[in-house]
Design a protein around this ligand. Structure first.
Ligand SMILES: Nc1nc2c(ncn2[C@@H]2O[C@H](COP(=O)(O)OP(=O)(O)OP(=O)(O)O)[C@@H](O)[C@H]2O)c(=O)[nH]1
Ligand SMILES: [Mg+2]
Ligand SMILES: [Zn+2]
Length: 362
């Protein structure tokens, strides 16, 4: 029977809830006594970096594990807990992927699901004050985080270079759209003060993932939290503050206070893997106001007596509807998607035929 060395694994994010979850998984299917419980710190093309609480080592993944994950429409993610074992030559192999307690995934433009991170407790949503600040993007990140049951903390960086007006308008915009209970910190990501402000969210054993667009200051903040320049950081473009995608892979780091942080590359376009129910949760204000609309099937368009239109920023409502449309498209089965494409094509053909007939008549 596999024992969990809680003290050793706590430095890489083991929590009591995880122990319970993992023991339940392992009880169903007892592992080989030679296997060790470790955490995925990096995922590369051919190998993974595993952390055992003391040191990191490189390992290859059994093809069977990759096949099973692909079949489940997912893949290995930084933060996953796994079982690994050395072969006769001393080379480490990842033998078993343990279903994560929490998992963040995103969708690409084709609706395919991609893993982001596993077993994180908190998401630090990093956004630069100034050109990077964008409420719609923040709303998308919040939908992603709510769908995966992480605690969101909004981290607005570059407070040292932002004007008072920029800071005020950012706070005002957030207050108009989000619940006042949403945690918000405003920092210079390079200053140790940022670590102090985030300390309440980074208790021993906790795992935080930093998310945000390129140039927002995710790696800068990661370095400040670690207390050393471990991650490369890069300059941003002068005219729009956009980053140059300096970080290219996700990586897990231990912090001096006993928490872990996962640095991630800035995503170009974020499409959360959130279904309608998760979105309804993230946009709870809209859902509860909708109960007061005059019509039960109100679409919050131009119906009279619409409580949603009266109480929600129009841009937030538009963003919600856009995310809902994407979610419906993403959750369509392959067959449904094929049928939709066929329908579009048929409509296109009918349109062509009509246009042709018209030309021939005139
Ligand atoms: N003045 C100031 N500069 C910051 C702050 N945060 C980040 N920067 C600078 O912004 C630039 C981009 O920071 P990074 O940490 O590399 O950004 P990133 O989010 O990791 O970007 P990618 O890795 O490309 O996704 C660097 O030049 C940082 O020094 C801040 O709070 N204040
Ligand atoms: Mg970075
Ligand atoms: Zn309505």
């Amino acid at each position: 029977m596999l024992t969990i060395d809680f003290e050793r694994l706590r430095s890489i994010g083991m929590t009591p809830a995880l122990v319970q979850h993992l023991l339940a998984l392992l009880a169903e299917d007892q592992p080989d006594p030679a296997q060790r419980l470790v955490r995925v710190a990096e995922v590369h093309r051919e190998t993974v970096t595993l952390h055992d609480g003391l040191a990191e080592s490189s390992a290859r993944v059994l093809p069977r594990v990759l096949r099973d994950l692909a079949e489940a429409e997912t893949g290995l993610a930084v933060g996953d807990w796994v079982l690994a074992q050395p072969d006769a030559h001393g080379a480490w192999w990842l033998h078993r992927h343990l279903t994560p307690l929490r998992h963040v995934a995103r969708r690409d433009a084709d609706g395919r699901r991609h893993p982001v991170v596993s077993n994180a407790d908190t998401a630090l949503l990093v956004m630069g004050l100034g050109d990077d600040f964008n409420l719609r993007r923040l709303e998308r990140y919040l939908a992603l985080v709510h769908a995966s049951d992480l605690v969101p903390v909004i981290v607005l960086t570059k407070a040292d270079v932002a004007s008072a007006a920029e800071i005020e308008s950012a706070i005002g915009g957030m207050r108009a759209r989000f619940a006042a209970s949403l945690p918000l910190v405003i920092v210079d990501a390079r200053s140790p003060d940022a670590a102090a402000q985030l300390a309440p969210y980074l208790g021993a054993g906790q795992t935080a993932v930093v998310l945000g667009s390129s140039g927002a200051g995710k790696s800068t903040l990661t370095n400040t939290l670690i207390g050393a320049a471990v991650q490369d950081t890069g300059a941003v473009r002068e005219h729009d503050s956009r980053g140059k995608h300096t970080t290219t892979a996700r990586s897990l780091h231990c912090l001096p206070g006993g928490a872990c942080v996962i640095d991630t590359p800035g995503l170009r376009a974020l499409r959360p893997d959130a279904d309608e129910a998760a979105l309804a949760l993230s946009f709870g204000d809209i859902e509860s106001l909708a109960l007061d609309c005059r019509f039960r099937d109100c679409r919050h368009g131009d119906e009279p007596g619409c409580a949603v239109r009266a109480g929600v920023a129009p841009d937030r409502l538009r963003n919600y509807h856009k995310l809902l449309r994407e979610a419906r498209r993403d959750t369509m089965t392959v067959l449904e998607r094929q049928q939709q494409v066929a329908q579009w094509k048929a409509r296109g053909r009918a349109g062509h035929a009509r246009a042709k007939a018209k030309r021939e008549v005139s």
